[in-house]
Design a protein around this ligand. Structure first.
Ligand code: SAH
Length: 380
């Protein structure tokens, strides 16, 4: 037998395919069209863990699928947290990278809002390029976009592990979802579809640091998904200091895009505002925030900053948090302030930072590139 000349490449996953793509694949393999429907059912409704398990397909078809596709492209490397608070899943991708996803249990009393639902905070990229100064996720820089399959599989993995369905998704994990637009929207279609995972569009929230052009594009995307903006500053001066993205798309441009979004949707936009001591917690910012929120009829979610190892930012005193909150309510803005440390969705997700324990200690993402030399090691 001739030794392989290159190491095996990772195969794409069935979990990223739409019915029309499977139909095309069947026709290219000379298979009858009804096979596509069967494969979609095995993949999504029945969550077949392997292609071998797709027992209604012929053996030769299973064989040729196995040569081209996988059913899973990640494994659960570690789970931390508890069933009644939040559980954080460290997922190992098939190129050795890691992402995290956070399961937040239904608990209306504690979380309010949409939280009679089990929420999953999903990652969209490995690392993040946007460099928000207070955020743990971008500390190690950007590695790569997740594929649509890798986004969808986060839900599949967590549901299998937890033995329960997730019924609310927030794209508030690691990464900037709108910087991975085509994979994100493909994943959303699969997650929403009846033939797919079946989560209602109104129970999916895309959170962005404020990529105005992509917000407009998403406004034209024909699904009633929700939008959250990581605002964190109500003047360009304050916002640009902590979120470099504001130098590219300033508040005027961002709010123009939000007006456009509003012209297309009924649901309120949520403005996320982390309160950071002496950085953005000034009462003058609260007044500006109230004005901006009113201009687009947005809800405001105030989140006392969760400290991050290695970053000097602090949360304001409770008195300062209350005073800031009071300005918003007095101005007629619907604003929530929740103090439970680490329990708020954005706070829990905002702390995603990859730490991979090894025998040598802690390696922080990005995991050093391991290049496999073609021919040499692999063929031996
Ligand atoms: N890039 C997208 C998706 C990430 S969402 C976005 O910016 O919206 C993660 C949320 O957690 C964001 O609102 C982020 O600003 C917030 N966050 C980041 N670090 C945090 C921290 N230390 N404490 C509380 N929230 C934080």
């Amino acid at each position: 037998m001739t030794p392989p000349i290159s190491p095996p490449r990772a195969l794409p996953s069935l979990l990223g395919l739409k019915p029309e793509e499977v139909a095309e694949l069947m026709s290219s393999l000379g298979e009858p069209a009804f096979r596509a429907k069967q494969i979609i059912e095995w993949t999504y409704a029945k969550r077949a863990p392997t292609i071998e398990a797709m027992s209604s397909l012929s053996k030769p078809l299973r064989q040729s699928l196995t040569e081209r596709y996988v059913t899973r492209c990640m494994t659960i490397a570690k789970v931390t947290g508890s069933e009644d608070t939040t559980r954080k899943f460290l997922l190992k991708l098939n190129d050795g990278r890691y992402v995290e996803t956070v399961l937040i249990p239904a608990n209306p009393a504690l979380y309010g809002g949409d939280s009679d639902r089990r929420t999953l905070c999903v990652s969209s990229q490995v690392g993040c390029a946007y460099d928000c100064k207070f955020c743990a996720s971008g500390l190690a820089g950007f590695t790569r976009n997740l594929t649509a399959a890798e986004i969808v599989e986060q839900i599949v993995q967590v549901e299998a592990y937890a033995g329960e369905r997730v019924d609310n998704l927030v794209f508030m994990g690691m990464g900037e979802p709108l910087a991975n637009y085509s994979n994100l929207t493909k994943a959303i279609e699969i997650l929403n579809a009846e033939w797919g995972i079946g989560i209602g569009a109104r129970h999916m929230t895309v959170s962005t640091s404020g990529l105005a052009p992509q917000i407009r594009k998403l406004a034209d995307f024909p699904m009633q998904i929700r939008l959250a903006i990581s605002l964190h500053g109500a003047s360009d001066e304050v916002r640009s200091r902590i979120m470099p993205v504001n130098q590219k798309h300033n508040l005027a441009e961002l709010f123009d895009a939000l007006q456009y979004w509003r012209s297309k949707r009924k649901q309120h936009i949520t403005l996320e505002y982390i309160l950071i001591k002496d950085v953005n917690d000034m009462i003058a910012q609260a007044h500006l925030l109230a004005k901006r929120a009113r201009s687009i009829h947005a809800k405001v979610n105030l989140i006392p900053y969760n400290t991050v190892d290695g970053l000097a930012w602090e949360r304001p005193s409770e008195a300062q948090q209350d005073a800031f909150h009071a300005v918003l309510t007095a101005a007629g803005v619907t604003a929530t302030l929740r103090r439970e440390k680490g329990h708020d969705i954005a706070a829990a997700c905002g702390q995603l930072r990859l730490k991979q324990e090894t025998a040598e200690g802690i390696i922080e993402s990005p995991i050093p590139e391991k290049r496999i030399t073609i021919g040499a090691g692999a063929a031996a």
